[in-house]
Design a protein around this ligand. Structure first.
Ligand SMILES: [Zn+2]
Length: 105
């Protein structure tokens, strides 16, 4: 009798199914080393919202702007729930935001 999958294994399997339904993961070849073995994990990525500020670039043609990013005052940190696929050969990592595929929480 096969082992009973854990709740996490079931959720990992569901997440991979959702990604495949949406056209992701159609090729399991690592784009860096060409191997095919991946480790799959759920992770929380620390995140802090940034504000973009446009500034006229000095000595630049009219209309040219620089974009600067800064931490918003009073902002709180949070996390992005994600699914990562890491190549077991070279460490290349793909990250999928679980909020965007309806599997957060
Ligand atoms: Zn690789």
């Amino acid at each position: 009798m096969p082992p009973i999958p854990t709740a996490e294994q079931i959720k990992l399997s569901k997440a991979l199914d959702v990604l495949r339904e949406r056209g992701a993961l159609s090729d399991d070849t690592c784009p860096e080393c060409r191997h095919h073995d991946w480790h799959v994990d759920f992770v929380a990525i620390a995140a802090m919202p940034l504000s973009a500020i446009e500034s006229q670039a000095p000595y630049a043609p009219p209309g040219a702007v620089n974009l600067f990013f800064s931490v918003r005052l009073g902002s709180t940190t949070g996390y992005i729930p994600a699914l990562t696929l890491t190549c077991t050969t070279c460490g290349y990592t793909k990250i999928f935001n679980l909020n965007k595929i309806g599997l957060a929480g």
